[in-house]
Design a protein around this ligand. Structure first.
Ligand code: NAD
Ligand code: ZN
Length: 338
């Protein structure tokens, strides 16, 4: 199954299928290096017998400036030139840092994504956002740099642990609420095949990316559940919740808020809870953590004055982005959820 991304800053295919890791498109490049991590390399390295490897430690801490420099050094040692390519084999961490390295090494070499987590297959490998973290600042240094191809082998997901898998499902559920009523039904009935579900999510993301390649407008809807979700991640300390778990809880609070404001249909929060539980995701944070998270909402990067563009669902499969007073959000969510 192929999904075509047709954005002004990049046109490329996302290929989705079971067992497709072996037929790599890297033949098009004179020379290439693959960035991966030390969990993924032993699992899938065998599919790339001729590769030059750059292997990071698994985990978010690897998305660092220090590793970025190490990657540049290796690319130089390996003699990768402008006709060469950099590939990412792994989850979003590897994809983000390899992508930024590809965007900047010799002012840009081709970039290929082989996402191996559900989150990377439905979200981070598509759309061209690449970045590394600074100490105390996630994704502080980055670029928009579209890949030349994305190869998503759904078979790779078999080794993913269930918590990571569920975290990826949170983004899938997000796409259903903001964009696709049929996907919502499919998820409720458990009637879809994972290849089709991933393919559908890629189509949805591709549509947002096409309309808003530089993330200045429509793409904001992809932040559904993320405003409070990010605050929860920050307060709990990175690593406490997986990103998808925080987004899951964020969608519940956003649904409650939307219902209270009369924007979202009655029963949305309940519906969201059912779906999240079905896929093994948390539906509420400890009161202390939620309270702290609401406090830092005012400092959220999306705040404009005290008004925040907040993504709400006005019907299942459709999102709106009203500007809300941070204080009002705080008050309503506190009243309803604490
Ligand atoms: P990750 O890359 O850390 O992968 C999660 C864990 O799964 C790691 O320990 C990894 O080693 C392991 N793993 C990967 N594939 C596996 C497999 N097939 N079998 C077994 N284990 C496997 O995390 P992630 O959730 O994939 O990505 C999170 C990152 O993505 C964050 O840094 C986030 O900022 C970024 N992100 C970027 C975008 C974007 O648009 N660029 C969007 C969302 C998230
Ligand atoms: Zn997300």
């Amino acid at each position: 199954r192929n999904v075509f991304v047709d954005a002004e800053n990049g046109k490329y295919d996302i290929v989705i299928g079971n067992g497709i890791l072996s037929d790599a498109p890297l033949k098009n490049y004179t020379d290439y290096a693959i960035v991966t991590d030390d969990v993924v390399h032993p699992l899938f390295g065998k599919y790339f017998p001729d590769a030059k490897w750059i292997i990071l430690s698994s985990g978010e801490a690897s998305k660092s400036m220090r590793n970025l420099e190490m990657i540049y050094q290796k690319l130089m040692e390996y003699g990768i030139d402008r006709r060469g390519a950099v590939a990412a084999l792994g989850g979003g961490v590897v994809g983000d840092i390899a992508g930024f390295a590809a965007a900047t090494f010799k002012r840009g070499v081709a970039f290929i994504q082989y996402p191996t987590t559900l989150l990377a297959q439905v979200d981070s490998s598509v759309g061209g956002k690449v970045a590394v973290n600074l100490e105390g600042g996630k994704n502080m240094v980055g670029a928009f740099y579209q890949p030349a191809a994305v190869i998503a082998d759904t078979g790779a997901l078999e080794t993913l642990d269930s918590r990571q898998y569920a975290a990826g499902m949170a983004e899938v559920i997000k796409y259903a609420y903001i964009y696709d009523k049929n996907l919502h039904k499919t998820l409720m009935d458990s009637s879809g095949r994972i290849e089709d579900i991933i393919g559908r999510c890629c189509e949805i993301k591709a549509d947002y990316v096409k309309r808003d390649p530089y993330d200045t407008g429509a793409r904001m809807q992809l932040n559904y559940g993320h405003t409070i979700g990010h605050a929860l991640e920050t307060v709990a300390g990175y690593g406490t919740f997986l990103h998808g778990e925080a987004v899951a809880m964020g969608m519940i609070y956003a649904a409650r808020l939307g219902e209270a404001l009369g924007v979202s249909p009655k029963g949305l929060a309940e519906d969201t809870q059912i779906l999240l539980k079905k896929y093994g995701l948390p539906v509420s944070a400890e009161p202390g953590i939620l309270e702290e998270a609401l406090k830092i909402l005012l400092a959220d990067k999306k705040a404009e004055g005290s008004r925040i563009s907040f993504v709400l669902i006005d019907e299942i499969g459709h999102a709106v982005t009203p500007k809300l007073e941070a204080g009002e959000i705080q008050k309503i969510v506190k009243e309803l959820c604490l």
